[in-house]
Design a protein around this ligand. Structure first.
Ligand code: G3H
Length: 540
């Protein structure tokens, strides 16, 4: 699609369907600290939608609204508020019974559900995700919360008993860790934030939460719900420049868990800022460069179908996206031909359009960055294989297949996080294996083929390199009950519905020698429901 045609995909104001419109500008001046929605009157960060508008034949990014650029002072107030609510583990929230915490989270989910339409539209306008996928993100989040509640009930049932071993009676449960700093990514600002925030909360921690740089305004309707569903200080929000508001919090040494989904570069800075490395636990979801290996006997149609989905869902802006393809040279021409056919048929357009596949990119200067990767690849011998590949207008970028890609190109090792598909031809399977072994990343791989012996041997090697080996399927995080993690610069800790309950807690036990006096004390506490921890109460 030529630049002129791309430009015409952006709407004029009056062409936006009524049902997808949002009242802009939305100046979000409130932030939540200590159970109060405080109003900010200082400097604000302007938010521009990636969905450009055509005004007298010119394409411009319109301002959607703004959010507060808080300072170190408010950030430290948020931290103090979370600490006060935790109160060294004696606060109302960490000492509440599990059933009571479940009730608060259920109320939160119920209130969130009522804001579904509003949140989905804000998500769509701010990050350019298709309406369908924005709705999926919202619904997946609600399901995640419900599954978390169920997983906690299971965990609690297992823990509601005593164990007697070598003359020692013990009850083992999971106890919270303290104050958690939660930071999610722009590509799943709602879902991936809540996959850490909800388990952290439900397990009794208190939270300071900073939305990503892009994907902020959708939290505006959620602030009030946080305020109503949880005791004061249990959830606190901060907005603004990461260096200004997050740096001081980390440097204070008072954060117990860093839950961060974003780049390894930022994660490294944050971790280094914390002066007490043994106090700090980290759960990190970072970048990746997941390869697809297409074996010579692969079902090419299937590999292409999964490959297109894997490389281009949400324009390739997923940490799990397939970001490089190793295709056996015997079938590479056929693979490229079919791949191009499929991506040429993809629909570029606005996120509300039915059947749209490629939508505007929200990151600043993203089209320029992708173009620089293309130029570098061309300089080292690659060609754009699909018609109009790499052409763009403003935020709308046509996917580009680059071939043959080699190790001299940035695109070979750098995460593009966008609609570029680098294809590397190979003759010997050791070539993609070497790539994976030497990569900075270690999240997932997809293998496409039919030869069971070859696939089995690849599995046995690759499970020691990455954390999920997908057979004839694209890489992905879900289903959310499966573990989601990575090695090297791709992750620290494991997330899943049940794993997340573990990463924000530590196994803690009450133990006593099996003497008569101790048995009496324990029986008395349990029978009279004197403790929330030492208890055999059972949640049904
Ligand atoms: O950005 C990374 C996400 O965790 C990927 O999740 O595979 O469900 O799109 P997904």
């Amino acid at each position: 699609m030529s630049n002129e045609n791309l430009k015409n995909l952006f709407p004029e104001e009056n062409q936006i369907p009524k049902e997808f419109k949002v009242k802009f500008p939305l100046h979000q001046t409130e932030y939540l600290i200590n159970g109060e929605l405080r109003v900010w009157s200082g400097p604000m960060q302007d938010v521009y939608s990636p969905i450009c508008l055509k005004v007298s034949d010119k394409v411009t990014q319109e301002q959607m609204g703004s959010y507060p650029l808080l300072t170190e002072k408010e950030a430290l107030q948020a931290l103090q508020s979370a600490e006060d609510a935790y109160d060294l583990g004696r606060g109302e929230w960490p000492t509440r019974s599990i059933q009571e915490r479940i009730d608060s989270v259920s109320n939160f989910a119920e209130a969130l559900q009522k804001k579904r339409e509003e949140i989905i539209k804000l998500l769509m306008w701010e990050i350019g995700k298709s309406f369908k996928d924005s709705a999926k993100e919202f619904d997946r989040t609600i399901i995640y919360i419900q599954d978390t509640i169920d997983a906690l009930k299971d965990l609690d049932r297992i823990s509601s008993r005593f164990q007697i071993e070598s003359g020692v009676i013990a009850q083992i449960r999971r106890a919270p860790l303290g104050v958690v700093l939660c930071m999610g990514p722009f590509n799943y600002p709602l879902n991936e934030t809540f996959t850490t925030l909800i388990p952290a909360l439900i397990m009794g921690n208190t939270v300071v939460f900073k939305p990503p740089k892009i994907g902020v305004l959708l939290f505006q309707p959620i602030l009030e719900i946080f305020k109503d569903a949880f005791p004061k200080g249990v959830v606190n929000t901060i907005y603004g420049d990461g260096r200004t508001v997050v740096g001081p919090i980390m440097e204070s040494g008072r954060i117990n868990v860093l839950a961060f989904i974003g780049s390894s570069r930022v994660a490294n800075i944050l971790k280094k800022q914390h002066p007490l490395p043994n106090r700090l636990r980290s759960v990190l979801g970072l970048e990746a460069k997941n390869p697809a290996i297409i074996l010579p006997d692969a079902d090419i149609d299937l590999a292409v179908k999964e490959g297109v989905l894997g490389a281009l869902s949400f324009n390739g802006q997923r940490c799990t996206a397939l970001k490089i393809f190793f295709v056996h040279s015997k079938i590479v021409d056929q693979f490229i031909e079919k791949f191009i056919k499929q991506i040429t048929a993809l629909k570029l357009g606005m996120p509300w359009e039915s059947g749209v596949n490629i939508t505007p990119l929200p990151e600043e200067n993203k089209s320029d960055f992708l173009t620089s990767l293309i130029e570098d690849a061309k300089k080292h011998g690659a060609k754009i294989m699909n018609p109009n590949g790499g052409e763009f207008d403003s935020t709308l970028f046509t996917p580009a297949v680059l071939f043959p890609v080699n190790e001299k190109m940035q695109l070979y090792s750098e995460e593009q996080f966008g609609p570029l598909i680098p294809i590397v031809p190979y003759d010997n399977i050791e070539e993609p294996i070497k790539y994976i072994v030497e990569s900075k990343y270690g999240q997932q791989v997809s293998i496409f083929g039919k030869d069971t012996a070859e696939i089995a041997s690849l599995i046995d090697h690759l499970v020691n390199q990455v954390c999920r080996v997908n057979i004839n399927s694209q890489c992905q995080r879900g289903p959310d009950i499966f573990p989601f993690t990575g090695k090297k610069d791709s992750a620290e800790g494991t997330l899943s519905v049940s794993d997340a309950l573990r990463v924000f807690t530590i196994r803690t036990l009450v133990a006593a020698k099996e003497t008569e006096i101790n048995k009496d004390i324990i029986t008395n506490i349990v029978k009279n429901h004197k403790s929330n921890f030492l208890s055999t109460d059972f949640i049904l």
